[in-house]
Design a binder for this molecule. Sequence first.
Ligand code: HEM
Length: 267
Amino acid sequence: MADTQAPTISSANPSANPSVNRRGPVTGTAATAKKRKKFFLLDLYGTAVGKKYVMAITGIAMMGFVLSHMIGNLKMYLGEEDINHYAEFLTRLGYPLAPENVVLWIMRAGLIGALLLHLHAAYSLTVMNRQARSVKYQSARDYQIANFASRSMRLTGITVLLFLVWHLLDFTFGVTNTLGDGDFDKHQVYDNVVRSFERVPVSAFYILANLALGVHLYHGAWSIFQSLGWNSPRFNQWRRMFATAFAAIVVVGNVSFPVAVLAGIVG
Ligand code: HEM
């Protein structure tokens, strides 16, 4: 994108930057220099490195969400009143400084934006990789590892997305969570969760989807360091431990809910 535009002033002393000189005489004005700067992030996003940064940063935001969502849901074990009160508390975040629901909606918007950017960056990186790699990897082993990782990320990512659609229909919109007479009340979180997980196929789906989430989180948490350029072999052991611990904590916590309902511990 940048190559098709007129060269612009990028520093007070252009000769200090050899790449400016290679591009020919400086013809820009202060106004165009300002305009070019505005698109710096878009320019960066046009590169594979920029897309990897976006994947990593949006991934970190969503990791923060899944971990805090799981921790919040542990209130199921404290009883009906605690979890329902917690759900109500979320709607009043920032109140009375901000009106009810506003902070929650800002967080939701951030999460939706992170998800969309994550999906777009993943898709366009795949397209870029396919276009760039007309020749196969020299080593069959490297090829298999890279292929397995990207395939498993796609498969587990799509599984988590499908899960999310069901999950929202189940607990937020109540489409799949009524007694059949349209009596869904999203504020009765405890009842909704118990009613949902009492259905064995639904619990089985939750468990499977959360295992897929675990694989996705493990590989994602491992890759973040690579994407952000912190990939010294000295840290590999710590990276592996962090990725394993993070994925395990989220999966064990999430899987415990359907298991607890089916076992009669919660209900
Ligand atoms: C078994 C584990 C889980 C349980 C028991 C659970 C429970 C719930 C409940 C009860 C709600 C509705 C809260 C409300 O409206 O007040 C909810 C919303 C939500 N859940 Fe989960 N959840 C689980 C796992 C997950 C996972 C793994 C993800 C993401 C991959 C996720 C993403 C969401 C999202 C995005 C919302 C909507 C939040 C909002 O409307 O602000 N949940 N969950």
